[in-house]
Each structure stands twice: as C-alpha cells, then as structure tokens.
Ligand binder design. Structure first.
Ligand code: NI
Length: 175
C-alpha cells in the first residue's frame, strides 16, 4: 500500500497510450465522478468541510473547488489537443489558486460546476476517434510531449484521487 497520505491511490499515471478497455474504464470513472464527489461531501457540516484532509493539506472544501478548476483546465486542454497541432498547454499554480476567495464558497457551487462541466467533457471524449487518441500536446515546464490518452488517464485518476482524500478522511474520523 502507498503510505503517502497525499497519494492514496499511488502516483499520477502518465501513459502515452491506453488500450481500448483502459479508455473505457477511464471514461467510466469520469462519468461517475460528479456523483461520487457529491456523495463524498454529503451531510458534512461547515466545520467538517473546513477540516484538512491531511495535516497541512487542503480542506475538504478546497479539494472540491480544486477539482472543479482542475477539470476546467482539463476540458480546455482536451479541446486544444483536438483542434491544434501539438499545443503548449498553460500550467497554473494550484496551491495559489486554492488561496483565492472562491475557495471559501459553499461546495455546492463547484459540485454544480462539475456536473455541467462533465456533461460537456464526456461527449467530447466519447467522440474521440482511434487515431485522435494519439494527438500530441506539450507541457512547457516539463518540456515533454504527451497524448490525448495521457490526459484521459491523468484526469480519470485525478478525480478518484481527490474523492479518496475526502472519503479517507471521513473513514478515519468516523464521519
Ligand atoms: Ni489535484
């Protein structure tokens, strides 16, 4: 088992190519994420929402808002990869984003945002053809080129990774 509390499901995957069953599994994770995220925070009080999921980590509330803005970036990156030749994506400072005032809003706002966002993201991904899964994009800070398959694997993992932060906290606290 992975002992690092930041990575309950292990490190971020970075495959360049997925098999057809792996793609379908990843798409299914993304389809389920809005409901799983909503269930993960269901019934939590404000005090519980403002509890860090680990010592020194984001609060439950921040994790929900982070997921929404991370997957907004995912949506943009998928559309860039599908419409431009090897686009350079724009990284962002996620820890500084999490300190801005919108991260104090009720989680419901980002739960609704994730509902709508995934309602748009999934049809785009479901329409990707076999050859398009290898379309390239470049991460400027890493200086590496990835594929649309990489994005799919990354964000399918990412949703589960953060939902697990919340459900793991609830299990440990008996909430
Ligand atoms: Ni994240």
């Amino acid at each position: 088992m992975n002992a690092d509390p930041r990575y309950p499901l292990g490190p971020m995957p970075t495959p360049l190519e997925l098999s057809a069953p792996e793609r379908e599994e990843a798409l299914e994770y993304l389809r389920r994420l809005p409901g799983e995220l909503r269930a993960a925070v269901d019934g939590l009080s404000n005090t519980q929402l403002d509890t860090p999921y680990r010592e020194g980590g984001w609060t439950v509330r921040q994790v929900v808002h982070h997921l929404a803005e991370s997957h907004m970036n995912a949506f943009i990156r998928v559309k860039l990869a599908l419409t431009e030749e090897n686009p350079v994506i724009k990284p962002y400072e996620e820890d500084l984003w999490a300190e801005l005032p919108d991260h104090q809003l009720p989680p419901e706002i980002s739960l609704t945002l994730v509902d709508a966002l995934h309602a748009r993201l999934l049809p785009v991904l479901e329409g990707v053809t076999l050859t398009e899964w290898s379309r390239a994009w470049t991460h400027p800070a890493q200086g590496r080129t990835y594929t649309l398959d990489s994005l799919l694997a990354l964000y399918a993992w990412h949703g589960r990774h953060h939902a697990r932060h919340i459900t793991g906290l609830r299990e440990r606290e008996g909430w």
